[in-house]
Ligand binder design. Structure first.
Ligand code: C2E
Ligand code: MG
Ligand code: MG
Length: 267
């Protein structure tokens, strides 16, 4: 038995509409790639940026990724978004080639992409056609994204790693069996979820989790990124934990590509 709720039904229909619109959005240039810089605490310099999708819907207005990405993942439309974001990221890396040849861009990859056996070959072809050094294109994978078909996901992640793309484990500590994945998968970077970072100064347990995550990442020879850094106090705490990369509103918000390029020029 289930209770029928009008509000729930309206939300479901609303989301179904969204997903239909998403196909048009990709074709009509309603999507935008925004970039949020990441900084090395050791050098104080920007080392790259994360690509975050933004959707300006003609009727609904701004639709946040938290709203449409999970539904696009369920329906499989997310693969269109990923493809589009990879193209934008590679185009931006090309345009940065003379000014910022050392910077990388990280694209978020979804469960659905990892279930598509042709994904690695497509990415390889795109990277080859762009002439970009694959080291400059990072892929961020969320832990929950690995759960569906583990064997196939593992093979695909190794294929992506063989192309030379650095892989990051996103939202570390919020999914399942994260430690197993660190052993089995070729991750080069660990991203600590912002919710742990934001609670670390007030809560002993969160602080311990951040410290231990940093130790795990560094001990395994990975880069460690603290996400969601919102205050100078959090930066000081992370500096004290040693060796991290930071990303968050305190340093820079996500912004359109042109704004990010101008911002990099100023900083
Ligand atoms: P994520 O990959 O963990 O991205 C980080 C999120 O934290 C972004 O939210 C970013 O805007 C936000 N953020 C950055 N700094 C701060 C901060 O200091 N404080 C707080 N409270 N938040 C901060 P956004 O852009 O809304 O994206 C949400 C999630 O949607 C992403 O989490 C990612 O899982 C997914 N997503 C975004 N773009 C894409 C995409 O192109 N493809 C896929 N598959 N997923 C995407
Ligand atoms: Mg991410
Ligand atoms: Mg994250």
């Amino acid at each position: 038995h289930a209770w029928y709720s009008e509000a729930q039904e309206a939300a479901r229909v609303g989301h179904l509409g969204l997903v239909t619109d998403l196909r048009a959005a990709v074709a009509d240039n309603q999507l935008q790639m925004w970039l949020q810089p990441k900084f090395s605490l050791a050098t104080g310099q920007a080392i790259g940026a994360e690509a975050l999708v933004r959707w300006q819907h003609p009727v609904r207005g701004f639709v946040s990724p938290a709203e449409f990405v999970p539904f696009a993942e369920q329906t499989g439309h997310i693969t269109l978004v990923t493809q589009w974001m990879l193209q934008q990221a590679l185009a931006t890396l090309s345009s940065w080639a003379t000014l910022y040849p050392h910077l990388s861009i990280a694209v978020n990859v979804s469960t659905r992409d990892l279930q598509d056996p042709g994904f690695a070959v497509r990415v390889k072809d795109m990277v080859c056609a762009s002439g970009i050094n694959p080291k400059r294109l990072r892929l961020e994978i969320t832990e929950s994204g690995l759960m569906d078909d583990t064997r196939r996901s593992i093979a695909l992640l190794h294929a992506l790693c063989d192309i030379g793309l650095p892989l990051s484990i996103d939202d570390f500590g919020t999914g399942y069996s994260s430690l197993v994945q660190l052993v089995d998968l070729p991750f080069r970077e660990l991203k600590i979820d912002g919710r742990f970072v934001q609670r670390a100064l007030a809560e002993r347990k969160a602080e311990t989790i951040v410290r231990i995550s940093i130790t795990i990442g560094l001990s395994l020879g990975m880069g460690v990124v603290a996400e969601g850094v919102e205050t100078a106090e959090q930066v000081a705490f992370l500096r004290n934990c040693g060796g991290t990369i930071v990303q968050g509103y305190h340093l820079a918000r996500p912004m359109p590509v042109e704004a990010c390029t101008a911002w990099l020029q100023r900083s």
